[in-house]
Design a protein around this ligand. Structure first.
Ligand SMILES: O=C(O)C1=C[C@@H](OP(=O)(O)O)[C@@H](O)[C@H](O)C1
Ligand SMILES: C=C(OP(=O)(O)O)C(=O)O
Length: 435
């Protein structure tokens, strides 16, 4: 069901403290690793959203125990993976790319499907790689069926991961459990979202897995057990970016507590982006604080490593003074929607000047007017519309409910952030905190 939403506009600088729920990428990796581990693991402060619920649903369907703790944590108890099973991936890249390599260890038939758009997202590369490693799979895209024999031979596979880093991450997460381990070699244009692969490697090592990534574009995983361990999940830094953007575009101040001093989350790159656009950015014991400038400048930046932030940065750029160019993000045409086409269409629909290039976007300043902002079933398109609506009256996001993919409480959090503005409070905490 879609839910039209009048994006709140403000005349005052936003002043708020916003606590974010757990990282989608860390939560869904931790779930897979815990499911394949040699004992039970507890995930504390995980993200509870559509994407992580879908991940839990697939693991339970394969026989893994995932129990809800009273504090929102999950207790994951591994079990031999078994079919038959029907798995719903929704629109979650992490589910459709991380679960098939694990399900290749199952005994029985496992059918995968997802939302209509999920059937269009690139899958052929990872399914072909799994076949090369010994899996029996019908199909090259969702829906497909994997016929598991209870183990996978593994070994070396060469693939082209230029359309998604998740192909590499997905294989690496399960590779230690393959008979011969796993070597993945990337051959093609540069891999996007590299920090997400580093996140995978770090989390595998934290589970005691031996991973060699010393050679560029090659990852070797030694066969062996995945040790059980508990996780405290970091806040989702990519989901923090619309709130930090609110400070940037209104000349206000937003603090996100719990911002890690060291992280593999690509969302951390928002610090560099906002500083280049003229914001004051401070990371200290309070968390990350962004102070917006009187005048935001445009930006010319390669976003290949942090392409997840493209909708947020495009929305800020549409409100900035001066030309912006976002480069290195051709592959986001395969994200939840074709994000280059969607951002261009929605900015221009409101009177803006955005243009698609071969590998990104050019956005030139132009006065915007109100109108409908399409979300395209894409959580980050929806939050980009909310950012634009802060300064432009009459912006209506056609499906704010789609933010439930990674942030079910987004509308309430946004409202709470703005209520901090109107009541003059400088410390408004999101509703998520009490969940
Ligand atoms: O591994 C992950 O958790 C992710 C990897 C990236 O995918 P791409 O490499 O397809 O951009 C990112 O955009 C996505 O949101 C999450
Ligand atoms: C690309 C994204 O998600 P997914 O994990 O579905 O690929 C995203 O969250 O920006």
């Amino acid at each position: 069901m879609t839910s039209h939403w009048q994006a709140p506009r403000t005349d005052s600088p936003v002043h708020a403290t916003v606590r974010l729920p757990g990282s989608k990428s860390i939560t869904n990796r931790a779930l897979v690793l815990a499911a394949l581990a040699d004992g039970s693991s507890v995930l504390r402060a995980p993200l509870r959203s559509r994407d992580s619920d879908l991940m839990v649903g697939t693991l339970r369907a394969l026989g893994v125990g995932v129990a809800d703790g009273p504090d929102g944590s999950w207790l994951v108890t591994p079990a031999p993976l078994t079919g038959p099973a029907e798995l719903d991936c929704g629109l979650a890249g992490t589910v459709m790319r991380f679960v098939p390599p694990a399900a290749a260890l199952a005994k029985g038939a496992v059918r995968f499907d997802g939302d209509p758009r999920a059937r269009e997202r690139p899958m052929g590369t990872i399914l072909e790689a799994l076949r090369a490693l010994g899996a029996d799979i019908d199909g090259d895209a969702l829906p497909f069926t994997l016929h598991g024999s209870g183990h996978l031979t593994g070994g070396k596979v060469v693939l082209d991961a230029s359309s998604s880093s998740q192909f590499v991450s997905g294989l690496l997460l399960s590779g230690a459990r393959y008979d011969n381990g796993l070597t993945v070699v990337h051959d093609g244009e540069p891999v996007p979202s590299m920090p997400h692969i580093e996140m995978t490697v770090e989390m595998l090592r934290a589970h005691g897995v031996d991973v060699d990534d010393s050679e560029p574009n090659t990852w070797r995983v030694r066969p062996g057990a995945i040790a059980a361990r508990d996780w405290d999940i970091e806040p989702d830094l990519s989901n923090a970016t619309p709130f930090l953007a609110a400070a940037a575009v209104t000349g206000g101040q937003v603090t996100v507590p719990g911002w890690p001093s060291r992280t593999t989350q690509p969302g951390d790159a928002i610090r560099e982006v906002l500083a280049l656009m003229g914001c004051e950015v401070v990371l200290d014991e309070r968390g990350l604080t962004v102070r917006g400038p009187a005048v935001l400048t445009g930006i010319d930046i390669d976003m290949r490593d942090f392409s997840e932030l493209a909708p947020t940065v495009a929305a800020i750029a549409a409100l900035a003074e001066g030309r912006s160019q976002l480069r290195g993000i051709a592959h986001i045409r395969g994200h939840e929607t074709d994000r280059l086409a969607a951002l261009t269409a929605e900015i221009n629909r409101l009177g803006g000047d955005a243009e698609e290039t071969e590998d990104g976007l050019v956005i030139r300043p132009r006065e915007l007017h109100g109108g409908t902002w399409g979300a395209y079933a894409d959580h980050r398109m929806a939050t980009a519309g909310a950012i634009v609506g802060l300064l432009v009256g009459g912006v209506e996001v056609d499906d704010i409910g789609t933010t439930s993919k990674t942030m079910p409480d987004f509308p309430a959090m946004w409202r709470a952030m703005l209520d901090g503005v109107h009541s003059g409070q400088s410390d408004c905490r999101s509703t998520v905190e009490s969940v």
